[in-house]
Design a protein. Sequence first.
Length: 295
Amino acid sequence: ELGWTESVPYLDRPPSPLEFYREWVSPNKPCIIQNAISHWPALKKWTAAYLREVVGSKVVSVAVTPNGYADAVFQDRFVMPEERQMPFMDFLDIVEKKVTSPNVFYVQKQCSNLTEEFPELVCDVQPDIPWMSEALGKKPDAVNFWLGESAAVTSLHKDHYENLYCVISGEKHFLLHPPSDRPFIPYDLYQPATYQVSEDGSFEIVDEKSADKVPWIPLDPLNPNLEQYPEYAQAKPLQCTVKAGEMLYLPSLWFHHVQQSHGCIAVNYWYDMEYDLKYSYYQLLDCLTKTVKVL
């Protein structure tokens, strides 16, 4: 009824700024854009050997978990990963399976980690997406670099950003929900906690006792517990695969759950959303959903 399609449409070229704003940003619709990053040197250069040579022994932030789920609800906690500082080449040894580990490793630190931790790689991509920057009248708030194992999963959540997600190698698998699905998606408040490694190498979950509770989605959309969350049966997920050389436009406030092929490399651009009437409508929907559940 809101004009969502049953699949994510493809564009065979990058649009003009006006076309993109009018057809996609303003109506808050996702799309996959082909031939938008085909000129990036990274598409040919970013092999494991090249990354090992350029970044090498530099110490970077790596998210480490026992199960692949970072920033997710586990044992009635919102559990964040151990943020381990380690030489990048040691991380690559794990991804390339030259070294075995029972844990799951993922370079996924946001906060513009491409420019902050991997400035050596910026010249192989772009500091922003020019037609997006012109469409929105702003530069991205953050540019992020992602590389990890296939077991690393991003739990269902939403962001307050217009997101251009560019896959350099491998592929990413997205499960998406429009903001209008909010009444069918469960939220609750959870005690924040962090994985910490014990002396014997096992993980323990340690509460962040001074931190406020975190609102998060406990449901796994790939295996939803409909007895516990029957409303989710009314939701209408979209699924899409973004392949190397493709770019996904993920609109602000869309819920997304992400998986990847092993060793997939991606770069994404976060542009701050406009807190306009659409945002007010979403906030109203969110408040009404919470109120109905209390009644």
